[in-house]
Structure formats: structure tokens, C-alpha cells
Design a protein around this ligand. Structure first.
Ligand code: FMN
Length: 340
């Protein structure tokens, strides 16, 4: 089966053919009837891109600073766990793919590999480190000491999964993702996830100077609380529709949150599948966007090179959309490029 893909659509088709149905379902599915997952994808259709003609787009600037580093264009890779089931290098492949494309990857709290295994051969990877649980305190302090030495650039606390969601595909398929990987035992203390509160964020803020990102912010009140409790950035996300079912799309949440917070840094994910989706998310207020599932398609097809190729295809599409819309500088992207 061919693994050599030339478009994002082809990556989807080939990846699906190159992996078992159960693994594909595990990765693609959302909770219950997948209304949220589909809402994420469909909400992009509400917006149309306006074309401004005669703008000199012979040079298009897409570079942007993220955590002090210049990245080629503002796309990062979202945290996703149990990746060893898709490729033997699992999260290492995602991290290296991001690094090769000069961007960042957020390492999942339930990664198939420990961070020291991931950074063993490549010390300079651009990593964000995700926590689901901030207890027991001793364990968190140990993790903070470890990741500071490894040059992790930010910490991400995922807050949208306090309890397990019901994903029909995974239950019906009896698919246990945990049996792949976890070379790096022991597992993180996930039994404390449901106890996470705002006071844990305040506690964490006092423990470290590493930037803190709160992931899973879906409304203005929680955005306000995130900044009040010391977050440097928020990450608007509904976990790709894999946690709360029947919520609003993350794009709709982004619009509402950006309206209230004009200057704060916002990462966005949920449903980005093309360069035009990315352009719309930036127009609607995202400073940076993340991809989840599409990065796994690349991982399935060709490990870190496949991940890098996915990022490259997004880059080409995004750059093309910028040029066609008449926008020659990422700094000029605004909601003026959109209409309903
Ligand atoms: C297979 C899979 C595993 C995921 N694992 C995690 C995780 O460990 N931690 C986390 O914060 N989010 C996790 N997520 C959510 C992603 O970080 C991200 O929010 C979501 O995939 C973005 O939506 P998209 O897949 O439509 O791009 C996971 C998503 C998928 C698809």
C-alpha cells in the first residue's frame, strides 16, 4: 500500500488503509454520537474568505515567534498519547517531525515514551510538557526538576478531561491502547485527574517560572480565571470532541474568548484539516494553531518524516491561501479577511 502522499487528503486516505480498523477508530473517534467532533469540522464552513486583489503577494511573511523561538508558520502539534500503536517511534516521531519542521510539539502526559527517551538523541527538541494531574505534589516537583533540565519550553495543563468520556468505537472494539508502548513505566498518577482545581494551578504557578498554558478553555469565564491564576497563555480546545459531547465547536469558543481578551496569547485546536481552516482560525483570533489527528496520519505513513511532510503540506496550503486572499504578512491577518 502506498505511503507516499502528496496532499493532505491523500494522507488521510493512505493512513486509513495502512492501519487496522480498530486503531483508526480509536484515533478518529469522538465521544458518544460525535456531535462535538463534527461541529469542530463543520463550523469552519460558516466563514468565507474575502479576496483582496492587487496586493503584491510576491513575498509572503509567515514566520512568528513562539516561546522565544522563530517558527516558520504558527502551527504546532497537539499532545496525543499512546502513539506507539501507530508507529514504533510513537511520540518520538511526532517530536522529531515537529523539530525538523522548525516547530513545537506538546508531549502528552500519557506518552508511550518517557521524555528522557525522547530527548536522548536529540537534545534541542522544541517541547511543551503536558500534565493531566497535579498531585501528588512530590511527583509534580520531581517532574518539574526533570523537565527544567531538559529545556522544556512550557507546561500545558489539560483541564477538559476530569473523568473518562464514553467513546462508543473504543468500547465496542475493545481496543486497549495502553498495551502498545509504555516502555517508560511507571505511569503518571492519573487517579488524581478528577481532583484538579484552580488552586492547583495557583500552586503550580508558585513552583516554576516555566510558562504555563491551560488547555481546554472553552468560555470567557474560564479564560479569565486561567489568567488570574497565572497562565501565560490559554489553549482553546475541546480535545477534538473526545471529552464533553454536545459542546460548542472550539472555533465558536475562540471567537467569544478573543472578543473579551484582545491582547492575550491564545493557542487554538479542533478540526483544522486544511490551510484555509488555519487561515480562518488566525483571522478569528488564534495566535497559534495546533493539529491533532492529521499529525498521526503522517506518523502512520512515514514516522517523523511523515509528520514533517504533513506540516509542510499545511504550510504550502496556508501560504497559498494567504497569497490568494491578498494577505502578504501574517501580522495583517484579521477578521477583515472573512465574511459569513
Ligand atoms: C488520538 C488522540 C489522543 C489525544 N491525547 C491527548 C492527550 O494525551 N492529552 C491532551 O491534552 N489532548 C489529547 N488529545 C487532544 C489533542 O491534543 C487535540 O486537542 C485535538 O486532537 C485537536 O483536534 P483535531 O484532532 O481535530 O486536530 C488527543 C487527541 C487524539 C485525536
Amino acid at each position: 500500500m502506498s505511503k507516499n502522499f502528496k496532499t493532505l487528503r491523500q494522507a488521510f486516505v493512505y493512513a486509513k488503509k495502512n492501519i487496522s480498523k480498530k486503531k483508526w477508530n480509536w484515533m478518529s473517534c469522538g465521544s458518544e454520537r460525535e456531535y462535538t467532533t463534527n461541529e469542530n469540522l463543520n463550523y469552519f464552513k460558516k466563514f468565507k474568505i474575502k479576496q483582496k486583489i492587487l496586493q503584491d503577494v510576491s513575498r509572503i511573511k509567515t514566520e512568528k515567534l513562539f516561546l522565544g523561538k522563530k517558527i516558520k508558520f504558527p502551527m504546532l502539534i497537539a499532545p496525543m498519547g499512546y502513539m506507539a500503536q501507530f508507529h514504533k517511534h510513537g511520540e518520538k516521531g511526532l517530536a522529531l517531525g515537529a523539530f525538523k519542521s522548525n516547530t513545537f510539539m506538546c508531549l502528552s502526559a500519557v506518552s508511550s515514551f518517557k521524555i528522557n527517551e525522547i530527548t536522548k538523541n536529540e537534545k534541542k527538541l522544541n517541547l511543551i510538557y503536558q500534565f493531566y494531574s497535579l498531585k501528588p505534589r512530590g511527583w509534580v516537583k520531581g517532574e518539574l526538576r526533570k523537565i527544567s533540565k531538559m529545556g522544556v519550553k512550557a507546561i500545558c495543563i489539560t483541564t477538559d478531561s476530569p473523568v473518562r468520556s464514553i467513546k462508543y468505537d473504543i468500547i465496542e472494539d475493545k481496543h486497549d491502547a495502553r498495551k502498545y508502548g509504555w516502555m517508560g513505566l511507571p505511569r503518571p498518577p492519573l487517579q488524581h485527574m478528577s481532583k484538579l482545581t484552580w488552586s492547583d494551578i495557583s500552586w503550580l504557578r508558585k513552583q516554576t517560572k516555566i510558562p504555563i498554558i491551560i488547555k481546554g478553555v472553552m468560555n470567557v469565564e474560564d479564560a479569565k480565571k486561567s489568567f488570574k491564576h497565572g497562565a501565560n497563555m490559554i489553549w482553546v480546545s475541546n480535545h477534538g470532541g473526545r471529552t464533553l459531547e454536545s459542546g460548542i465547536s472550539s472555533l465558536e469558543a475562540l471567537i467569544k474568548i478573543r472578543k473579551k481578551f484582545k491582547k492575550k496569547l491564545i493557542i487554538f485546536d479542533g478540526g483544522i484539516r486544511t490551510g484555509s481552516d488555519m487561515f480562518k482560525a488566525l483571522c478569528l483570533g488564534a495566535d497559534y494553531v495546533c493539529i491533532g489527528r492529521p499529525a498521526i496520519w503522517g506518523l502512520i505513513l512515514n514516522g517523523s518524516n511523515g509528520v514533517s511532510q504533513i506540516l509542510n503540506l499545511f504550510y504550502q496550503e496556508f501560504r497559498s491561501i494567504m497569497g490568494l486572499s491578498g494577505c502578504n504578512d501574517i501580522k495583517k491577518i484579521s477578521k477583515n479577511y472573512l465574511t459569513k
